[in-house]
Structure formats: structure tokens, C-alpha cells
Design a protein around this ligand. Sequence first.
Ligand code: S3P
Length: 203
Amino acid sequence: MSNPPFTFPFGSMNVLLIGFMGAGKTTVGRLLAERLDYQFVDTDDLVVERAGKPIPRIFAEDGEAQFRQWETEVIRSLQGRAQHVIALGGGAVKRAENLPLLKAVGAIVYLAASPAELARRIHAMPGVRPLIDGDGAKKTLPEVEGRVRELLAERLPLYERAADIVIETTGLTAEQVCQEVVRWLGSARVSAPQSPQSPNPLR
Ligand code: S3P
């Protein structure tokens, strides 16, 4: 950790990964953290820690509004971290108040994927995403894809508004996505202006 292989030109900051459930934020995030020699953190894990129970139970016992409240508190608590790769829950962009908090923490990478690909990945891991199968009934792949399309229609503009860069991940391996992010970070570093007026030249 004494000599990280990659540093931003304007001091320590973080890389935030946003995107829909199943976009690969956690898998890519872990790889990326290793590559950059950064710490990895997943806001879902911090919410679970705070609540003392897993996400499906939070949704069932406390409701989505309480989950979002804890999620916002966790996002607020990210301030002050440096050299972290941070994977956000898929709905972290839903609350307008989260956006400036996220922007202040680091560069925001949106991992995009087609609804069909997202549905395939979500369908392969049933029971962990209450917004997809919170009623307890096992969903067919077309049912999952329908739900993905519904939620994505709402969220796409929010992801795009929040993002400093969009990376299309459909058909790519996690390793390839990680390389894309590293490449972008490298080009942002090279083209970064040095003005103290713009401490974050990535946006
Ligand atoms: C959610 C996504 C989940 C988790 C919660 C709500 C969402 O995280 O935060 O189930 O609203 O999209 P992942 O995107 O890591 O699955």
C-alpha cells in the first residue's frame, strides 16, 4: 500500500461505480480496487451493517423508505474516504439529495448493460433483490426482464445524469470492464488541467 500504482493528479479521491442491479458493480469494483491498490467498499454492505440484517429483511420489515434513508446516511458517511473503489446499490441515484454527496466523493462510473443481460444475471441469483422478487414468488426470466425494463426506464436518466463516464458492459467480462475503467482514469489523468479552481477535472 505504500506506493499505489495509480494516483489521481489532484490528490486522493475515489472511484464510484453506479448502475442497475446485476451490472457487475461489486465484481468489477473488487478487481478495480486490486488493480489500483485501493480499498473496496460496497454501500449495500454498509447498510446491512447499520441495519443489522440482510437487505431482503430490511425491505420486508422496515420498507424501502427506511432502506433509502440508511442508504443516504451511508453515502453521507463516505465523505473523507480516499483511494477507495465504492460500489453503490442500484437505487442510490433515486434520491436527489444523494447526487451532490456522490459527486463530492469521487469520479462516477456508470456500468451500463442491456435489460436482457441484466435480467439473466439477476435471474441467476433469486431471492436477494426485493425490488425484483420481494413477493417471494420465483420469477421467470421474461418476468424479471419485464421488471428490469420498467425500473430501468425510470432510472436511466438518473444514471446518465450522475455519470462522469458511461461504460457499456454488455458482452464484456469483468476483467475487460475493469480495463476500460482503468483506461478512462488514465486518460482523465493525462488530460487533467492543473488549475486549483477545478479540483475535479473529471467533470
Ligand atoms: C437496489 C439494488 C440493490 C440493493 C437493494 C435495492 C435497487 O443493490 O441496494 O436491493 O434499488 O436497485 P445491487 O445493485 O448491488 O443489487
